[in-house]
Design a protein around this ligand. Structure first.
Ligand SMILES: Cc1cc2nc3c(=O)[nH]c(=O)nc-3n(C[C@H](O)[C@H](O)[C@H](O)COP(=O)(O)OP(=O)(O)OC[C@H]3O[C@@H](n4cnc5c(N)ncnc54)[C@H](O)[C@@H]3O)c2cc1C
Length: 494
């Protein structure tokens, strides 16, 4: 049986591993970190669990076409799925707005606040409802195997969305917000801006189209471990602390990998599910970059990275932060400066809905800010300045939180600040990006490379971002391999 080596044990790599084993390939994953999941991770501090990834999981409901993939990967079996009924509760100085994830309720709420803005609200809600089409395209066939019929079918699915792309394809959140006459809704819409570089109108419907997307019990770490267990149960092997430095090539075909410790692992097929830039420019030494790929890496913007302040607090905050909302966004009297930019809102998540996140009577809070990695790159190499900047953020965030929850600072038992450099260190993602390129759909990034046989790329850097994208990507690649080997692609579920 052919041997497949997979670089990276994030969700794309784990998924590729599971499907490769379902189809009988001898499969090994090589992961540089000491745990599975890549970006899909959580960590423990003093009895609290801090989670960075899953906010909402497309495919968590059995009605979703993606559910089949999570079933095949053993990701959700036996887990309770928590559903929130509001994406955001936004506490503006003037008024509180609840962004329900049920589009009908949301429409009602927005029209209650600004009846005069009915036509703009109708347009936004139409876009939110249509946004689900993006998330729910059945993922069962790789794009490389699409016939003209499949392409037409897919274009038809996108057709209702075309008028929005035409109208708002180049619009910013600010442009859209200015269409509201209500100052409250204008302000609320502007609060959807992640940072100065992410001002794309579509961030608004993307953030609001979350109905039926739940949170699996145990969060991201447990989710990744479940898929790792499935992989092991299928007979796959995963080696941790194994950083791949080079893809070995013989006669124009991938022949294995070389690890940082010099070990060479021969293989018939290599799949890189690691960072795209490191794969192209490092492991492949820039030898298989055609004009298109080079241009993408030179010119395309990437989703920004993250600064996350995670707090374990000896207070039961479940009443204060009702478990029915995902984000609690509070307008601040005094801004917080992150990566040199003033932020006027604190985005708080509270995990009381899942008892595994904090000891009884205590609470886990996460406060996150999108942040460009470039600011942090400047601090690389100056450990003291980096430590000071983290401490400054910790102190400022706690002081702002104190205004929202009086007495909280006295009750904090543990606090952890993760920066874009943390993300780079643990996952190798270029610029610490949380989802790869900003506009993956329009780029159509190739998953095989001209001039290099038996080599595939999976995951967020070939446009398959988000957890369903990453998992679907691993599945797709194994389908392509099976097709090439003349084998029928098989799946199973535990
Ligand atoms: C803050 C945040 C919030 C998010 N929220 C959501 C959400 O709510 N819903 C959702 O669907 N998605 C969300 N995502 C996105 C999602 O997590 C990612 O798109 C997805 O996990 C990417 O998976 P991947 O396998 O492609 O890449 P990664 O997770 O980056 O995995 C790559 C793996 O390769 C390993 N690696 C890298 N280089 C090497 C090497 N040289 N040798 C060996 N191993 C290597 C890394 O350690 C890593 O484990 C979020 C991400 C973040 C960070």
């Amino acid at each position: 049986m052919k041997k497949i080596v997979i670089i990276g044990g994030g969700i794309a790599g784990l998924s590729a591993g599971c499907y490769a084993r379902m189809n009988g390939y001898d499969t090994g994953i090589f992961e540089m970190h000491d745990r599975p999941g890549g970006l899909c991770t959580s960590w423990q501090r003093k009895g609290y669990t801090f989670d960075i990834c899953i906010h909402w999981l497309v495919g968590s409901s059995p009605q979703s076409p993606y559910y089949a993939i999570w079933r095949e990967l053993g990701a959700l079996q036996g887990k309770k799925i928590y559903y929130r009924d509001r994406t955001i509760s936004m506490f503006l100085k003037e008024q509180t707005i609840h962004f329900y994830n049920d589009p009908d309720m949301l429409e009602k709420e927005l029209k209650r606040i600004a009846p005069q803005d009915g036509p703009v609200i109708d347009e936004l809600m139409d876009c939110v409802r249509k946004f689900y089409l993006f998330c729910e395209i059945p993922p069962m066939k790789p794009k490389e195997l699409f016939t003209i019929f499949d392409t037409l079918k897919m274009l038809k699915t996108f057709a209702p969305f075309m008028s929005f792309l035409k109208k708002y394809g180049k619009a910013t959140i600010d442009d859209f917000a200015d269409l509201f006459t209500s100052p409250i809704l204008r302000k609320a819409m502007k609060a959807f801006r992640f940072d100065s570089s992410s001002n794309d109108f579509f961030a608004v419907p993307f953030s609001l189209a979350t109905r039926d997307y739940g949170f699996p019990e145990g969060g991201s770490g447990s989710f990744a471990q479940s898929i790792e267990r499935r992989f092991a149960g299928l007979g796959g092997t995963i080696r941790y602390g194994a950083k791949v430095e080079k893809v070995l090539v013989e006669n124009g075909k991938a022949a294995g990998i070389r690890l940082a410790d010099g070990t060479e692992v021969p293989a018939d097929i290599v799949i890189s599910a690691a960072d795209g830039r490191a794969t192209h420019f490092g492991m492949l030494e820039g030898k298989y970059l055609d004009k298109k790929i080079r241009l993408i890496y030179e010119t395309e913007s990437v989703m920004p990275s993250y600064v996350q302040v995670s707090i374990g607090v000896n207070m039961d905050l479940s009443e204060r932060f009702s478990p029915s909302a995902l984000y609690f966004i509070h307008e601040l009297d005094e801004p917080v400066t992150i990566s040199g930019e003033e932020r006027n809102y604190l985005q708080i998540e509270h995990y009381s809905f899942d008892p595994s996140f904090a000891p009884p009577g205590k609470s886990t809070l996460v406060i996150a800010f999108f942040s460009q990695a470039a600011y942090w790159e400047r601090l690389r190499g100056d450990r003291e300045a980096y430590r000071r900047e983290k401490k400054r953020i910790e102190t400022t965030v706690v002081s702002r939180l104190e205004k929202i929850i009086p007495g909280v600072s006295e009750k904090i038992e543990t606090i952890d600040v993760a920066t874009p450099l943390t993300i780079v260190r643990y996952t190798g993602n270029w610029q610490g990006s949380i989802m790869g390129f900003t506009k993956p759909f329009t780029l159509n990034i190739p998953r095989t490379l001209r001039g290099l046989k038996d080599f595939y790329m999976a995951g967020q850097w070939v446009g398959d971002s988000g957890l369903p994208g990453a998992a679907g990507s691993g599945r797709d690649i194994v389908q392509l391999i099976c097709r090439k080997d003349g084998r029928k692609f098989k799946t199973s579920a535990p």
